[in-house]
Design a protein around this ligand. Structure first.
Ligand SMILES: *Cc1c(COP(=O)(O)O)cnc(C)c1O
Length: 419
């Protein structure tokens, strides 16, 4: 008698029809719709295979070649490959490839470099900051004293004088740059000067522009940042997780210990294998071509929308993402996002700076060119997407318009198949 289900080592998804049908449904949703959500991308078959590999079975704790478990020969090879590639890609000396997510990378860095009660100066989530930078609802928001900066009301851009004033007044131990809905270039040099004035660490969270940094299409956070964190699955177009990067050897022990055992246990080696795979892809010349297209496409989308009198917050984009202001159209992001979803265009509702509406029904939408570019769209396709979005905004409760756009979206998707 075998202890195992029939086909345990040989049968795949087909042996669990209920699960198979949901995963196949998701594949079809991705194939037949256009993904404009900024925290998403489309990975290669290579990355999917690495993430689904037998590394799932292996447990290790600690760093490569210094593990608490045996049998780590290949685990060490994989994790050190990910670390080596991350350092090469971002031109830095040290990397930790273990964070299970971007939030964990941040929490691990905080735990390693700060003490409970220390002050962190970070961007307000209402202005485009990320919740993992100390939102009151999170563990980090509870353990540290959080002071927030926003954007200038007129320009909707970072106001470095305001950041400096807040830093001088509040004496933070860490200043964080980067957010999830800020589309313009950040001046890391100025922020480092402010950090030095008050003796704070500068941490840059480049989740939404890491691919551009890697390919020289966005100013580099190094040498200005003491530590840089990122997710690996947004603009880096890779496995699901996070990275921490730094140059000063004196920080190594603190950051590594902040991540493990600070906020995490054993390593998700299958994910680290996926990170190694995607970082390998990012080191190839094609990744620069892809990122140039991400930028060109985002600008084509922003221009198309602006020309149709759909306002882009902050006047445009220097990254793959942008925020759209719907206030002048008298409709919420909630309603338009739903209508767009029915039309086959996936976006997320988002607050805009100084939004008078609540997060559940905000005035804005957040869009990104990352995933559409990964499936091969160029500027012409993104101009078309701008026209579809405008049509849906203006006719958000008209079934016929939404059905018509859905058909056109499907035709375009069929021309650019994935998987
Ligand atoms: C997405 C994002 C994160 C968090 O990533 P998770 O993997 O969801 O934890 C952190 N910081 C920024 C700026 C992000 O955009």
């Amino acid at each position: 008698m075998s202890y195992l289900n029939e086909g345990y080592f040989t049968a795949g998804l087909e042996s669990d029809p209920e699960l198979e049908s949901a995963i196949k449904g998701e594949l079809k949703r991705q194939q037949d719709g256009i993904e404009l959500i900024a925290s998403e991308n489309i990975v290669s078959r290579l990355v999917l295979e690495a993430q689904g590999s037998v590394m799932t079975n292996k447990t290790v704790e600690g760093l490569p070649y210094a593990r608490y478990y045996g049998g780590a020969e290949f685990a060490d090879a994989i994790e050190s490959l990910a670390v080596k590639r991350a350092c090469e890609l971002f031109g830095c000396r040290f990397a930790n490839a273990q964070p299970h997510s971007g939030s964990n990378a941040n929490a691990g860095v905080f735990l390693g470099l700060l003490k409970v009660g220390d002050t962190i100066l970070s961007m307000n989530t209402a202005a485009g900051g990320h919740i993992s930078h100390g939102h009151p609802a999170t563990l980090t928001g509870r353990d540290y004293r959080i002071v927030n900066y926003g954007v200038n009301r007129e320009t909707e851009l970072l106001d470095y004088d305001e950041i400096r004033d807040l830093a001088l007044k509040n004496q933070p131990k860490m200043i964080i740059a980067g957010g999830s809905a800020y589309a313009r270039t950040i001046n890391f040099e100025t922020l480092r000067k402010i950090a030095d004035e008050v003796g704070a660490y500068l941490m840059v969270d480049m989740a939404h522009f890491a691919g551009l940094v890697a390919t020289g299409l966005h100013p580099h956070p190094f040498p200005h940042a003491h530590v840089v964190t990122t997710t690996t699955y947004k603009s880096l177009r890779g496995a699901r997780g996070g990275l921490a990067l730094w140059n000063d050897e004196a920080l190594s022990k603190k950051i590594n210990f902040g991540i493990f055992p600070g906020v995490q246990g054993s390593v998700m080696l299958h994910i680290v294998a996926g990170k190694a795979a995607s970082l390998g892809e990012a080191l190839k010349p094609e990744f620069k071509v892809y990122n140039q297209a991400v930028l060109d496409n985002a600008q084509a989308l922003a221009k198309g929308l602006s020309e149709a009198d759909v306002r882009i917050v902050g006047g445009g984009t220097d990254t793959g993402l942008m925020l759209v202001d719907l206030a002048a159209h008298n409709v919420t992001g909630e309603i338009v996002a739903k209508a767009l979803e029915h039309a086959g265009l996936a976006v997320n509702k988002n607050q805009i700076p100084f939004d008078t509406r609540p997060p559940e029904a905000p005035s804005g939408l957040r869009l990104s060119s990352n995933a559409g570019t990964a499936r091969g769209f160029g500027t012409a396709e993104f101009q078309t997407i701008a026209r579809w979005i405008e049509r849906v905004i203006r006719n958000h409760s008209d079934e016929a318009t939404i059905t018509a756009v859905r058909g056109e979206v499907l035709d375009l998707c069929r021309k650019y198949p994935i998987y």
